[in-house]
Design a protein around this ligand. Structure first.
Ligand SMILES: C[S@@+](CC[C@H](N)C(=O)[O-])C[C@H]1O[C@@H](n2cnc3c(N)ncnc32)[C@H](O)[C@@H]1O
Length: 390
């Protein structure tokens, strides 16, 4: 069998990711170049060379306190659990944990709130060896603090040249291990009270998303809480989870465990405000129109900020993700653009412009097969629209 096909199959088996042949081809070219390998290049799973290849096909993007509302919910959940089950340690799972930004964020909040590691333990897994090595090193660049870190950097990190190194206190909460989600066996690990699984399902195909939901359900205690990515919660709610309350957008329970109706999609974050107070409705701001106006006038930072404000309230607004992608691309950040456009297409698989933009990006980096596939998808959407309007 052709080498790239063979490696694509091996990499899919190792990561469960919906990988295109072209992505693998690019990673193989890069590894062959940097390792100086010849035509006999054929890395086997379990070897350092294969791990290096895995690290080139995953997207290990994360940062400290990514989506602060999620961490505020997690902290409240742990504190409430300790009150209702005094003396029992709360078990948290962060999967995927990327370079440790997610589990350390919770650990820092716990430390600041006076909840010691004897009361709460965090297991953190990621399929990427390199990500786990970075997590264990606890060394970050400024980029890891791109959100509002709520003073965590000043309190828990020391500077070393351009890097920020995490101190011992938050590290004491977290145990890292390299693992694929599907190899994490609840019979071995036990179940968890709180599970973070954010920004993973968007990289899976539909069948794998369903299997992932089943695996997460097995790993979560029956009365536990799953913290999902905003865009991923709807898929999980199709497969056995439900918003904890009708107002929750990312906090999910297993269906039938006091959760809201499983078939109801998660509410939009705006509704997290307790429903009791019948305040006069604020005059609606059309944030999308504002963001477009900023973008049209070349005010990229303002356009991006407005998109983010809109997404904080309506995380499933595909158009806002599309616009966010555009602003990122114009600002010379293609990876961020790709991430935003992927979310857009995930939420609206028929988004013609996002499909075209993704195709262009793929082609620009030499991923011609992926580009062609995306263009075909876009052409099918275009043809369908034409038929509908005929
Ligand atoms: C975009 S990061 C998400 C990190 C973090 N949860 C967040 O939201 O910031 C995606 C991570 O998923 C990991 N990953 C991909 N497939 C995986 C799998 N099957 N099991 C575990 N981790 C996986 C990648 O290595 C990457 O670090």
């Amino acid at each position: 069998m052709h080498l790239t096909m063979r490696l694509t199959m091996r990499l899919r088996a190792a990561t469960s990711l919906d990988l295109g042949v072209a992505t693998v081809e690019r990673a193989v070219r890069e590894r062959m170049r940097s390792s100086g390998a010849g035509i006999d290049y054929d890395p086997q799973p379990g070897t350092p060379e294969f791990d290096a290849l895995v690290d080139l096909v995953v997207v290990p993007e994360s940062w400290i306190l990514r989506d602060p509302a999620v961490f505020a919910t997690a902290l409240r959940f742990v504190q409430a659990r300790l009150l209702t089950r005094p003396g029992q340690q709360v078990r948290v799972l962060s999967l995927p944990c990327a370079g440790g930004e997610e589990p350390y964020s919770l650990a820092m909040l716990l430390a600041r709130a006076g909840v010691g590691p004897e009361h709460c333990r965090i297991d953190a897994f990621d399929v990427s060896h390199a990500a786990i090595a970075r997590a264990r090193a606890g060394r970050y660049t400024r980029n890891a603090f791109r959100g509002d870190d709520q003073g965590l950097r000043a309190r828990f990190f020391t500077e070393d040249g351009d890097d920020h190194v995490l101190g011992a206190e938050p590290r004491a909460y977290v145990a890292f291990a390299q693992a694929n989600l599907f190899d994490v066996d609840p019979a071995v690990t036990g179940t968890y009270d709180l599970v973070f699984c954010r920004n993973l399902l968007i990289y899976f195909d539909l069948a794998t998303q369903q299997q992932a939901a089943a695996r997460l359900a097995a790993l979560l205690a029956d009365d536990g809480l799953l913290l999902a990515g905003y865009a991923e919660a709807p898929a999980l709610c199709r497969h056995g989870f439900a918003p904890r309350t009708p107002h929750d957008t990312f906090a999910l329970r297993k269906h039938g465990r006091g959760a809201a109706d499983v078939r109801r999609p998660p509410a939009r974050p705006a509704a997290q405000v307790p429903p009791a107070a019948p305040a006069a409705p604020a005059p609606p701001r059309d944030l999308l129109a504002e963001a477009k106006a900023h973008a049209d006038a070349g005010r990229l930072a303002e356009a991006q900020e407005t998109c983010r404000a809109l997404l904080a309230v309506h995380a499933d607004d595909a158009e806002a993700w599309f616009l966010l992608g555009l602003t990122a691309e114009c600002a010379g950040r293609p990876r961020e653009a790709e991430d935003a456009w992927r979310r857009c297409v995930y939420l609206d698989p028929e988004h013609y412009e996002a499909l075209c933009a993704l195709a262009l990006l793929a082609e620009q980096r030499g991923d011609l097969a992926l580009g062609a596939g995306l263009r075909e998808r876009a052409a099918r959407v275009h043809a369908r629209r034409g038929r509908q309007h005929a």
